[in-house]
Write a protein that binds this ligand. Structure first.
Ligand SMILES: O=c1[nH]c(=O)c2ncn([C@@H]3O[C@H](COP(=O)(O)OP(=O)(O)OP(=O)(O)O)[C@@H](O)[C@H]3O)c2[nH]1
Length: 215
């Protein structure tokens, strides 16, 4: 049984479509998150912590909103900023910027404790063209990437969605969705199926699901 590890019900709703073959269950476990400027090391360490807790294969999902005009802030701190400032304040800060472009990123970390065949497929580092070109596969997190010695192997899958920060619109989704516009619609104006088709999480999950089925 694979455990999709998250405390966030919004993530689960989106992941269900990709993980609904009966071999996956959600595990509501708040694994300790390291502080790092990138999502990859956070997901890698989280996957190891979650695996040690669960004793079964796990998939963790680390995501964030990166605002261009704020040098990528809140990025890996998105959850903390959402809880403290709130999305309205983020929107207010962004409203004063010339450059309101932003991107959502999601990194999934898979750990099953004993490793897996390394994939020769290209790795999506999050850039839009690379995202379009990259197939399933994912990246092996290096043993020392997050500073942990003797680390368990973790496979990473990244997804990216470009957009811009706008005044809130829409009732759906969760988190920053009402203020993130992609192709003329906010994520909160999209139903789950439409959001999954274009979102950072949908792209990462698609790559993971393809790799997982073929591994
Ligand atoms: O509008 C949004 N649409 C999305 O699709 C999305 N994905 C993530 N987020 C936000 O980014 C932070 C992630 O933080 P995060 O990865 O640490 O997760 P989390 O703390 O919510 O749960 P957990 O999975 O760690 O238990 C949180 O503020 C989330 O609300 C999103 N916001």
């Amino acid at each position: 049984m694979l455990r999709y590890v998250t405390t966030n019900p919004g993530k689960v709703r989106e992941a269900e479509r990709y993980l609904s073959d009966g071999s996956v269950e959600r595990l509501d476990f708040d694994y300790p998150e390291i502080q790092a400027p990138e999502l990859g090391p956070i997901a890698a360490r989280g996957a190891r912590e979650a695996y040690r807790h669960a004793g079964e294969p796990v998939l963790v999902d680390d995501a964030g909103l990166f605002v261009e005009g704020l040098d990528g802030f809140p990025g890996p701190y998105s959850s903390y900023v959402e809880e403290t400032l709130g999305i309205e304040r983020v929107r207010e800060v962004a409203a004063d910027l010339d450059d309101r472009r932003a991107a959502f990123r999601c990194v999934l970390g898979y750990c099953d404790g004993d490793g897996f065949a390394a994939s020769p497929d290209p790795v999506d580092r999050g850039d839009r063209d690379a995202a379009a070109a990259a197939g399933p596969g994912g990246e092996e997190a290096g043993p020392d990437e997050d500073g942990e010695a003797d680390a368990l192997p973790v496979k990473l899958f990244e997804g990216y969605a470009p957009g811009r920060i706008v005044a809130p619109r829409g009732e759906g989704g969760f988190g920053y969705d009402p203020i993130f516009e992609h192709d003329g619609e906010t994520f909160a104006e999209m139903d789950t199926e439409r959001k999954n088709a274009v979102s950072h999480r949908g792209r990462a999950l698609e790559k993971f699901a393809e790799w997982y089925a073929d591994r």
